[in-house]
Write a protein that binds this ligand. Structure first.
Ligand SMILES: Cc1cc2nc3c(=O)[nH]c(=O)nc-3n(C[C@H](O)[C@H](O)[C@H](O)COP(=O)(O)OP(=O)(O)OC[C@H]3O[C@@H](n4cnc5c(N)ncnc54)[C@H](O)[C@@H]3O)c2cc1C
Length: 406
């Protein structure tokens, strides 16, 4: 069969997922096209955090804009099982220098041109997939990868009811006194002493905070996952109440962050002709909300599998190519691990704030290599089960009962 001269792969999007997968596809020597509503050089709206070790394992730690060694969390209320003292993580955490990450990925794309287009419709046929844009332009490729984020209307997935979302309201700014210690990073400050009896019964939230130096700090009131999500107004109010309880006033706001994204989006159907990567492929870690480490780790294998499939059978249909991709992206092992994480998240979402605090104290008593690999999703399935069981046996009775839904 004579094939038309169109791209092997068309990548839709210009966020971290699109740049990760496009760069790996180019490295495989494939003919790649890319399009997105915005330029891949436009600064990303979000800042991305990651445990430094995850990046070190990829040899990419130089892409961190900030790195903290003094990393800790607070889970105590002084009267419960847990004291007021922080739990020290003794594990470096960092924030990507987003522009450097974008630049590094674009360099790997070897000059790939992104067309500024917004996709409206996708049409599938035996030999190609056609993407139709708002501008009226049409682009074809052997296979299309949807990397347009979790709101993609093109990826089909089962409806499993309300989706839990992580919501956060944060401020980068200057304060009357430091909200966290010098050079410090606070992963979760769950101290509840500023909350009223009524607020204690509402879905919990915690403070995620860090020192940026030169009297600038980032403080963010975060709800791990909730359906429906906590509103920006509630989170903003809680943030100000928390700060004011500690005698801290906001003096200057340099930047505000509103964060809302799904934590337990059902996995896409793995037999659809459109492949996905990133938020649209439900790759956000259901227990932590992190994804960028997984994108960097999982893009090379996906790109390689597509290149091999095209090489092996140049007339493979879009559907068969996509199926090859889905098989590599969501292996049975990764699907099982995802299910376990989703089960865990569901249980956590049923915990009140006291139970949640006690759960996290037990979680961070796990060996560091276990809790960090749990959060990065790098534990093989049997080991993940062992770690989850160990956590169950280590946890106080009331947490155990919560874990089994009693
Ligand atoms: C505020 C916030 C903070 C986060 N913090 C972290 C973190 O610290 N660490 C972490 O690992 N994860 C974090 N996440 C989770 C996750 O990593 C991000 O949501 C990430 O941006 C998802 O990447 P993506 O490339 O899949 O989608 P997006 O970043 O949403 O990018 C989608 C791209 O597709 C384009 N697009 C959309 N629709 C169309 C269309 N119809 N046609 C063409 N182009 C289109 C957009 O313009 C954009 O370029 C955070 C998420 C949010 C919202």
């Amino acid at each position: 069969m004579k094939l038309k001269n169109f791209a092997d792969v068309l990548v839709m999007g210009a966020g971290p997922a699109a740049l990760c997968i496009a760069s790996e596809l180019v490295q495989q020597g494939l003919k790649v096209e890319a399009l997105a509503s915005n330029s891949p050089e436009a600064p990303w709206p979000n800042t991305y955090g990651i445990w430094a070790e995850e990046l070190e394992s990829l040899g990419m730690e130089s892409l961190l804009g900030y790195r903290w060694t003094d990393t800790l969390s607070y889970f105590g209320d002084g009267k419960d099982l847990v004291g007021l003292e922080p739990i020290k993580h003794n594990f470096d955490y960092g924030l990507f220098d987003s522009l450097s990450l974008q630049k590094a990925l674009l360099e790997k794309c070897n000059g790939l041109l992104w067309r500024l287009e917004t996709v409206e419709k996708i049409v599938f046929s035996q030999t190609e997939t056609e993407v139709i844009c708002h501008s009226g332009e049409k682009y074809s490729a052997r296979i299309v990868i949807d990397a347009i984020g979790h709101k993609s209307p093109f990826i089909q997935r089962p409806n499993k009811g309300p989706v839990a979302q992580q919501a956060a309201y944060g401020i980068v700014g200057k304060f009357s006194s430091p909200p966290v210690g010098e050079n410090q990073f606070v992963l979760m400050d769950f101290r509840p002493d500023h909350l009223s009896e009524k607020q204690l019964k509402e879905p919990p939230s915690f403070l995620y905070a860090m020192d940026f130096g030169e009297n600038v700090f980032f403080v963010e009131e975060t709800s791990l996952a909730c359906a429906p999500p906590l509103s920006k107004n509630i989170l903003e109010k809680r943030l100000y109440e928390r700060l004011s309880h500690r005698g801290i006033e906001v003096k200057e706001i340099l930047h505000e962050e509103n964060c809302l994204f799904p934590m337990n989006l059902p996995l896409p159907y793995l037999d659809q002709p459109l492949l996905a990567f990133g938020g649209s492929a439900s790759m956000v870690h259901p227990a932590s909300g992190y994804m960028v480490g997984a994108l960097l780790r999982r893009a090379p294998a996906l790109a390689k599998s597509i290149a091999e499939a095209i090489d092996l059978n140049p007339s493979l249909s879009s559907l068969d190519l996509a199926k090859e991709g889905w098989k590599v992206l969501w292996t049975p092992e990764l699907v099982q691990r995802h299910r376990l994480y989703q089960f865990g998240l569901k249980r956590l979402m049923s915990f009140d704030e006291s139970l949640l605090r006690n759960f996290f104290v037990a979680f961070f008593k796990l060996p560091k290599k276990d809790w960090s690999a749990f959060l990065a999703n790098t534990l093989p399935l049997p080991k993940l089960i062992v770690v989850m069981l160990r956590l169950f046996y280590m946890a106080p009775l009331k947490v155990r009962l919560g874990m089994i839904g009693l």
